[in-house]
Design a protein around this ligand. Structure first.
Ligand SMILES: *Cc1c(COP(=O)(O)O)cnc(C)c1O
Ligand SMILES: [Zn+2]
Length: 426
């Protein structure tokens, strides 16, 4: 067992707590960070250690999260609950670059994780901590991907999973996964924010482990997106990282991880960060541009993964955006679906929320914020098949309020050779 070299620190009042303690908030109500002893990390490993591990067959080394374990969570390795998450592809896509107005564009596809979203990177760590704390039941409120991921890791670890989802507002790919993996699934009236309010109370009263991104260990796992991206780029720091923002755990995580690498001296500069929100779910955008704290709103967007009006991690996210000289942009549902048509047609594909990345990048290039010649890496957060209903609706032209200029409409043809050939030659 490695010596514990981390503790929990309150984002608001800086109070500290032992690293492995059953707690999601400070006594003052603030959210918590996992703070590592970076001197101990530097003494134990280096960038080369991480690069070497990429070529081994060791189970933890092969995970795109646990390969970086000294910087994620130094714990008893036999307790780790892993599906070999990460190792996602970094696409270099001329077609999408051109659409965004860039000379070149890298896209890291986190939809290539085991359950089809980056949530697996946080969940492998969250589930491992649940086990280390001796918890047998886990729960989350979810717009879909968190519940899909948690249900899988809970099943793997032999834990009971409870998911709280907004009735009628979850994509079927995600709901299927939660049901298939055996999670007890409670559909609640109201939106994600309402489900989030109640799940924290349920967990506290019933001694169930809460695996929403308020859980600081989820954030630790998601840092590995940035670590692996830098490995993909042979540790050359890009000018910008662009990603969608909903509950804002992921932007917090990526910024935190990069700041740690910088403090360790393992990267010589920090990239800038662009967080893209849906215009109908834009509390961070408003806060960033008015300089006021986040005020909860009632959210609405076709990109259900970011349909969140009261983001739990907004302070951590803003802190990271400031440290990385970042920006916040917003995009309409139409802009999201236009970008999605391009991402999909390029042969890569992603769910709607992911495509806010490309829509936002396009906007930031056209406004002059991002230079077309700079090195940009966009994060695609979830798999195309997560929301098949939106895809089919788009191509059949049946989505409310969305124009579908790139629709690839299926045609009905009689099963007759002449008729088929006539259609093909049209
Ligand atoms: C969870 C999720 C997001 C939003 O990430 P946050 O950490 O909540 O900001 C974006 N896209 C997809 C596909 C997601 O599953
Ligand atoms: Zn506090």
């Amino acid at each position: 067992m490695s010596k514990a070299t981390f503790e929990l620190v309150c984002v608001d009042c800086r109070a500290t707590y032992p690293g492995l303690e059953l707690r999601y908030r400070c006594e003052c109500g603030g959210t918590l960070d996992v703070v590592h002893d970076l001197k101990a990390v530097a003494a134990a490993v280096s960038r080369d250690t991480f690069d070497r591990r990429r070529g081994t067959t060791h189970t933890l080394d092969r995970s795109g999260v646990w390969r970086f374990r000294e910087l994620i969570l130094p714990v008893d390795e036999s307790q780790v609950v892993t599906r070999g998450e990460g190792n996602t592809h970094l696409y270099d896509s001329p077609a999408i670059a051109e659409y965004a107005g860039m000379k070149r564009l890298f896209l890291k596809h986190e939809g290539e994780n085991p359950t089809g979203s980056f949530k697996d990177r946080g969940m492998t760590v969250g589930a491992t901590v649940a086990r280390l704390l001796g918890m047998h039941r886990v729960a989350c409120a979810s717009t879909g991907n968190t519940s899909a991921s948690m249900a899988s890791y809970a099943a793997l670890a032999g834990m009971r999973a409870f998911v709280f989802i907004p009735e009628g507002n979850i994509a079927h790919g995600k709901l299927s996964q939660a049901l298939a993996f055996g999670a007890r699934t409670l559909q609640l009236a109201g939106d994600f924010d309402a489900a989030m309010r109640v799940v924290e109370q349920v967990c506290n009263q019933e001694n169930i482990y809460l695996l929403n991104s308020i859980n600081p260990f989820r954030i630790e796992g998601q840092k590995a997106i940035g670590f692996e991206l830098l490995q993909d780029l042979e540790w050359r720091v890009p000018d910008w990282i662009v990603l969608p923002g909903g509950n804002l755990g992921n932007s917090s995580a990526i910024a935190k991880g990069l700041m740690e690498l910088h403090e360790l001296g393992w990267i010589d500069a920090l990239p800038r960060l662009a967080v893209i929100q849906a215009a109908g779910a834009n509390p961070l955008y408003t806060a960033f541009h008015t300089g006021r704290p986040v005020e909860p709103i009632v959210a609405d967007t076709i990109a259900t993964a970011i349909r969140i009006g009261n983001p739990v991690s907004w302070k951590k996210s803003l802190r990271g955006i400031e440290a990385l000289n970042g920006v916040v942009e917003q995009v309409t549902d139409q802009e999201i679906m236009d970008a999605k048509a391009q991402v999909d047609a390029a042969g890569i594909g992603a769910e709607p929320a992911s495509c806010a990345t490309v829509a936002g990048l396009r906007k930031l290039v056209s406004s002059g914020t991002i230079d077309p010649g700079s090195t940009v890496c966009g994060i695609l957060t979830g798999h195309l098949l997560k929301d098949a209903d939106v895809v089919v609706g788009y191509h059949k032209g049946t989505l409310d309020g969305i124009d579908a200029p790139h629709a690839n409409t299926p045609v009905s043809v009689p099963n007759d050779l002449e008729a088929i050939l006539a259609e093909l030659r049209r």
